[in-house]
Design a protein around this ligand. Structure first.
Ligand code: ADP
Length: 506
């Protein structure tokens, strides 16, 4: 029997309706190059309507345009004005090299570029809009666009490229529908449970996977939104949290490690309710510190191809919080071997995590090959507990194969990071004639603390957690560890650096 329900497009327009009609006086706070900008949802909606007119006046309404920008209100206005007119906003990674920016802008066919004033990217063939006073005046002088089309929910709204940790960046286009459903899913009480009484600060960049869709989810439910702007340091983050009474902050573990260390050093409190951490496994020490500070940790897992957060663990049991948690609504997971056989959810069987759902990519941009896939292969190796909680062991390509057996780089580095004198650690496999690969650790000491290689190895032994052959062959002390554009340990770069150190010592 056919349904008797009307067709209603789950599009950005339906989120915009809520912003304008339901939450007029709710606030958006934005830290910009020029200082703090504070305005209401009403002011925001009017600016979006005027910006839409500016897009029309420049003949780029309904087109794909690039943004190269920090988390600010101007970027947020583009998140709405562009898709509301049926166009796609291509969020370009700020930390890409100019040649990579060129590559992605061409690959997607952008028709204009919007950017913050500290961005050095220059493209002589495309109209470029720089976020400055003149830009604001140009918007403000427009008549507001009255009507927006009812864009089909399957149409693209936001595009994003992977950060290229594994090769050339690959493009993914999120649809209106995927954004709507993903945002709604994030709001569920058992997921992030964000409500209109929350103040949300996405520190995770708006130039990568739409800041995990948190700006859309927050505005959909009338939460106060704080956008931390250009290059936010721990000091800026803590200041914003205090000043605007942020309840939920979201960012990669490295961001929170910095924040917690800053707070400890300065003897400050951290009046947050919830930290959402994702993008990499959070070290146990971080979660313990947050707990001591009275902050709950929600541990989320996701990737560009799953539109960010797709599983969440809110466990109170600190020993289980390193699990990536339960799939959120409209998202499914299972384990699959290379031949496509499913493995049991017994907490022991380990294989590639595969996913499907309303916000999972079926293909990459410009890839015409297989659009009929039933499961998307994540490249992560995982176990699934009988209750459905996922435990990611490592990325397939980061696992270290020693003597035919696997060593998890993530388990080792997180164990090293629980040592009180260690600030950060990364473990990678290096070629070894006898064993194939052997683990080597790069360690950053806590400021003012001294620690030896022997001490760390003894500490790892004392944990009684790892077989002897798992222990790193060498520990190299460094001042810092290279991070990817989204704040993750950049293992590709670490491997390259180690290779050149090893080559030059031969
Ligand atoms: P990139 O591959 O460009 O770094 P993503 O941001 O899409 O881009 O990274 C997704 C990957 O990050 C996942 O496949 C997984 O390996 C890792 N990841 C994300 N969240 C977590 C987490 N909570 N725990 C462990 N690994 C994670």
């Amino acid at each position: 029997m056919d349904s008797t329900i009307m067709h209603y497009n789950l599009n950005i327009k339906s989120i915009f309706w809520r912003i304008e009609k339901l939450y007029k006086d709710k606030e958006i706070i934005s830290r910009t190059h020029e200082g703090i900008v504070r305005y209401t949802y009403s002011d925001f909606a009017l600016r979006v309507r005027k910006l839409a007119s500016l897009l029309k006046a420049n003949s780029i309404a309904g087109e794909t345009v690039a943004s190269i920008a920090w988390n600010t209100h101007r970027h947020l206005e583009l998140y709405f004005a562009v898709p509301l007119l049926g166009g796609v906003l291509h969020t370009v990674n700020i930390r890409f090299h100019e040649s990579e920016m060129d590559y992605v802008v061409k690959a997607i066919g952008d028709r204009a570029v919007f950017m913050d004033k500290d961005i050095t990217y220059r493209n002589s063939t495309l109209p470029t809009f720089v976020f400055d006073e003149r830009y604001d005046d140009d918007i403000n002088s427009q008549e507001p666009t009255r009507n927006f089309p009812d864009v089909d929910e399957r149409q693209g709204a936001i595009a994003c490229f992977t950060s290229g940790t594994t090769g050339k960046p690959k493009g993914v286009v999120y649809s209106h529908r995927s954004i709507f459903i993903h945002s709604l899913s994030l709001l569920a009480a058992d997921v992030l449970g964000i409500s209109s009484s929350d103040t949300v600060m996405p520190i995770v960049p708006m130039f990568h996977i739409s800041a995990w869709d948190l700006p859309f989810a927050s505005l959909m439910t009338g939460a106060k939104l704080v956008l931390p702007g250009p290059r936010p340091k721990a000091e800026d983050i803590v200041k914003l949290i205090k000043e605007f009474k942020v309840t939920v902050g979201a960012g990669a573990p490295t961001v929170w490690i910095d924040v917690v260390n800053y707070v400890e050093r300065e003897n400050l409190d951290l009046p947050l309710k919830v930290v959402v951490t994702g993008g990499a496994e959070p070290p146990l020490g971080l979660i313990k510190k947050l707990k001591e500070l009275g902050v709950k940790t929600y541990h989320a897992w996701g990737m560009t191809e799953t539109e960010a957060i797709a599983t969440v663990n809110k466990s109170d049991n600190i020993e289980r919080i390193s699990e990536q948690g339960y799939p959120i609504p409209a998202f499914e997971v299972t384990l699959m071997d290379p031949e496509g056989n499913e493995l049991p959810w017994d907490g022991k069987s380990t294989s590639e995590l595969v996913t499907r759902g309303a916000f999972v990519a079926k293909r990459y941009l410009n890839d015409k090959s297989d659009t009929q896939i039933r499961w998307f292969r994540t490249g992560d190796v995982a176990r699934i507990n009988p209750d459905g909680s996922v435990k990611v062991v490592d990325r397939l390509k980061d696992l270290i194969k020693s003597g035919g057996e696997w060593i998890s780089s993530v388990d080792l580095e997180n164990a090293i990071m629980t040592y009180e004198k260690v600030l950060e650690a990364v473990v990678v496999g290096v070629k070894d004639e006898k064993w194939g690969e052997r683990p080597i650790a790069l360690v950053v000491k806590k400021p003012g603390r001294d620690v030896s290689e022997h001490e760390i190895i003894e500490y790892l032994k004392s944990l009684n957690k790892f077989p002897k052959w798992w222990l790193p062959d060498k520990i190299i002390f460094v001042d810092s560890i290279p991070k990817t554009s989204t704040g993750k340990l950049d293992k590709k770069l670490v491997r390259d650096q180690l290779r050149s150190i090893i080559e030059s010592s031969k």
